[in-house]
Design a protein around this ligand. Structure first.
Ligand code: NIG
Ligand code: FE
Length: 419
């Protein structure tokens, strides 16, 4: 078990040494440059990294800090899952089977399944039950070396139910050592409601929900699902524009099942990230490159929905940073296993293991506006690491054991250790 570390004290100081390979994932160079150091050590004080380098060069001023051996393991920055829909009620294994039997994702949704089915089950769940569910997954994330997660709403789909999900995430953030970043995704689909139609629901989001979320400081980001059966690009521009005036930064689910001009839209609204992008056109990619939008590759969604994978190489070659995330949700991506998603980003989207690692650390942190805080092992950043029982990064994502993480550190404290 782990204990919630509230605040940071001088106790969170020490030296992690005897690191066989340190993949710092520092900025600079292309995404393939993870800036590795062999036989390395990292010193940290008050939860922040103060020195990184070859162990033999560690300055003597750190010699009185407590030393912990990494046992020759590979050490990476704490992983960041920058796209999850963590709080949901119930599952949809029946739809998993139906899709294999030949039914389409949008057909199942149109028949009352899909996101609306999870909405019904989520509305039936209490705040306490949803919090328990999230706490269980937070524990599993720590075991995988994940130290930060982004959590979206989108299964409440009413004023009170969306606020309920954001309150679950706020409580979660107070109870777990992971950094929890919240995103409002009220515009996921239009909820079925006889009294409030599409325009009425959008008006509610803009005039009631967004102001409340801002007033209570419940979310940092505002996300929208732009797709047939969900929202149009025009509606997205309007809702994201209103969110911006309340300080909510735009994010987008785009081009997942068809090219909806998502790359161009992300550039126009100044989105911090555009996610999915399986069908994005060359023009969309160029627009994202020109405006510095981070792309988020979600291999589980393409795998489970039997869709073509996101063409990560085209984005990388155009100079777009590509983050990798799980999209954990009960429909299109029912897995929280971020290292598995990273392996699939290699095999399906043709990212190298190094690119995939930087995608699930520095680029993922960038996709949630936290790259100044974590995502790489550099002086000044939080001392968040994962110790992996692997010889190197290529071998990790190639051989792929069920879990290679032996120990997870957050703010200079070991929060998980494999038995
Ligand atoms: O990111 N694309 C839209 N939303 C989710 C799927 C949600 C669901 O099927 O429940 C996604 O894939
Ligand atoms: Fe998603």
């Amino acid at each position: 078990m782990w204990l919630k570390q509230r605040g940071v004290s001088l106790l969170n100081s020490g030296v992690l040494h005897h690191i066989g390979l340190l993949a710092t994932c520092a900025g600079g160079g292309s995404q393939a440059h993870i800036h590795p150091i062999l036989n390395a050590a990292v010193a940290f004080a008050s939860g922040r990294i103060v020195w990184v380098g070859e162990e033999k060069q560690i300055p003597s001023r750190y010699s009185n800090l407590e030393r912990t051996s990494a046992g020759g393991r590979t050490v990476i920055p704490g992983l960041v899952d920058c796209h999850t829909h963590l709080a949901f009620g119930g599952w949809r294994a029946d739809e998993f089977r139906m899709r294999i039997e030949g039914k389409g994702y949008l057909d199942i949704a149109a028949a009352g399944g899909g996101i609306r089915k999870t909405m019904r089950q989520t509305r039936m769940a209490t705040e306490e039950a949803l919090l328990e569910h999230c706490l269980g997954y937070a524990q599993k994330y720590l075991q995988l070396g994940v130290t930060a997660i982004e959590c979206k709403t989108g299964y409440g789909l009413s004023l009170e139910e969306e606020l309920k999900l954001l309150r679950v995430y706020r409580k979660l953030s107070h109870k777990v050592p992971l950094d929890v970043v919240s995103t409002l995704l009220a515009a996921h689909v239009v909820p079925p409601d006889d009294k409030c139609n599409r325009d009425c629901y959008i008006k509610m989001i803009c005039e009631e929900l967004i102001p409340r979320v801002a007033e209570e400081g419940l979310a940092d980001f505002n996300d929208i699902f732009v797709e047939q059966g969900a929202y149009t690009a025009e509606e997205a521009e309007h809702i994201l524009g209103v969110g911006l005036t309340f300080g909510l930064i735009p994010k987008l689910h785009v081009d997942q099942l068809s090219d909806g001009g998502g790359g161009e839209l992300a550039a126009r609204v100044g989105a911090v990230s555009a996610d999915h992008l399986e069908y994005t056109s060359p023009e969309g990619i160029a627009a994202m490159a020109a405006s510095g939008v981070t792309a988020v590759c979600l291999p589980f969604a393409s795998l489970y929905l039997n869709q073509p994978p996101m063409q990560a190489r085209a984005f990388l070659d155009a100079g777009v940073g590509v983050a990798v995330a799980t999209d954990f949700n009960p429909g299109s991506a029912p897995s929280y296993d971020l290292p598995l998603a990273m392996m699939l980003a290699c095999t399906m989207s043709r990212m190298t293991p190094a690119e995939s690692l930087k995608g699930a650390t520095l680029l993922a942190a960038k996709a949630i506006g936290k790259d100044h805080e974590y995502g790489s092992i550099e002086v000044g950043k939080r001392a968040n690491f994962a110790e992996l029982q692997v010889p190197d990064v290529d071998h990790w994502l190639y051989h792929f054991e069920s879990n290679s993480c032996a120990k997870t550190w957050i703010d200079g404290v070991a929060v998980y250790q494999q038995n």
